[in-house]
Design a protein around this ligand. Sequence first.
Ligand SMILES: [Zn+2]
Length: 201
Amino acid sequence: MFNWIRLLFNFLSSFKQGISVTIPVGSGYKNDDDEEEKEDTNKSADEPEEMVIPQEVKEKGWSKNINDCHQKIKDAFPLVEEAFKQSHPDCYLKVDYTYRSPEFQFELYKKGRELKDGQWVVVDKTKVVTQKDGKTLSHHNVYPSQAIDVYVVKNNKIIWSDSELYTELGNLWDKQGLVSGATWKFSWKDYSHTQVDYKII
Ligand SMILES: [Zn+2]
């Protein structure tokens, strides 16, 4: 019995040795530490520069200026605007909210709601403007804003909901690699809303 154990031990030892010598130096093999180091390097290279919220925007708590948006939105908007104008010369696009501070977001959240037993409940559906309370961050609550709300104006009137028109507009945003609330994967739509990605990047 002892011999069997000894044989097995020898076999396992040689097997282990065999593995360790088959890894040539400089073969590209990396141990876990190397991988971690590599990831960290990539991370810091991709990390955006720290953004400082302009004082005016900070004090106000919101912005309707496209310059307070993520670069991807700033790049896409003129192209979307131009393409939309081509097919709808009678309309123009109006930029609404871009950045909203979490505090301002909460103020918006309270519209149409009342605090009952520690919960904010909807009391007037028609006055509700957002589902986000500012505590779980929306794409609007980071700076620069990773979301923008854009309305279609026709005959000097804002079109609040016209699924066909906004789906058309949404397709233009999507073409630029953004995520439009008019065409996104959720069953409920947020026609005027567009964001850089599904997740906050
Ligand atoms: Zn929005």
